[in-house]
Design a protein around this ligand. Sequence first.
Ligand SMILES: *Cc1c(COP(=O)(O)O)cnc(C)c1O
Length: 410
Amino acid sequence: MKPMGQVPADLTGEDGELLIAGRRVTDIVEQAGSTPLFVYDLGIVRRRFDALRAAMPPALSLHYAMKANPYPPLLAAMTGIVDGIDVASVGEMRLALSAGAVAGHMSFAGPGKRDEEIEAAIGAGVTLNCESEGEAERAFAIGDRIGAPPRLAVRVNPDFELKGSGMRMGGRPTAFGIDAARVPALVRRIADRGAQWRGFHIYSGSQALDPEALIETQAATVALAARLAEEAGMPPPHVNLGGGFGIPYFPNEVPLDIGRIGAALAETLELRPAALANTDFAIELGRWLVGECGVYLARVIDRKQSHGETFLVTDGGLHHQLAASGNFGTVVRRNYPLAVATRFGAEVEESATVVGCLCTPLDVLGNQTGLPRADVGDIIAVFMAGAYGASASPSGFLGHGPAREILLGN
Ligand SMILES: *Cc1c(COP(=O)(O)O)cnc(C)c1O
């Protein structure tokens, strides 16, 4: 048997069935119509947001990086919870605006923004997090043409990286942002061109579970923003400190101590250099806010043996939940937390490998996991499915089509 991660503490069972937002999974599947299905519990998101709000300095804006989960009903709820939405394409920008997000509290990051995207963002009043000097020049020209000054933040490629981060984004050659040494010149150019300079965006990594690494990175980010502001000779109205808050997917990982991070950030901001005296600060989180609220449900459609190993073949798979198969930015495949939702809390009786329905050996949701006995018709729950699930998986692959999604709770 191979180990798997912990089921989030907010998810419990009753009479042998998993409950999500207080409802039995079999009821939820009946309401949604069928498996495979993503279920999101908004109550979990709200509790996490409230805990974050309490832990972080009161003046810090808390943004949602919507690429983690753009499901429209969830997004609509998020626009009423967070202080801003960060988007990564004009498609996301439109979804966010139609979900009720306020353009003035939105920013658009991502290399390779097309002219139409830049134009749409300027037209809507969304801040562009500029990823290159070339992008800034295109934004000036488009702003001139449509008669609206662009709102531009400069995305900085910092000279450091977030340690222990699942995905390192800084401190090396990258397509993201502008190398720190060239930033002051661009800031002056933005001002000279009459565009609205919105400050800095400094994002140095993702999925960090070490609070010390996050604390150190946030302090280094504030110091870098101050140094660049001094060199540019202009105080930034806004600094987006990035995110990077991780969640425990795998065995032996523990949740972040956000209280400690918030206290350290409060101190860092309290003691910030004079160049940042009037600056507003934000962080942008995706998976930390929504990852744990989602459960992916798939039904067992076959149970078989091969060379002594039991396989549970489900109607789901990596076309919906690529990350759980270990094929989304992981080096070594490890098991996400998983359970038989229709025998929740029952004793472990066997080792079973849970697979999806795709014709590829990559389609493994749980490798030799210890489970109660599951049969055809039982429902498997894969946890930690609220971020980078439905929208980050190749749902067109093999023609099974996308999963259903449902938002519960309030
Ligand atoms: C993806 C992304 C995020 C969110 O990352 P998470 O690991 O989901 O918190 C935040 N900021 C930027 C710029 C991103 O690209």
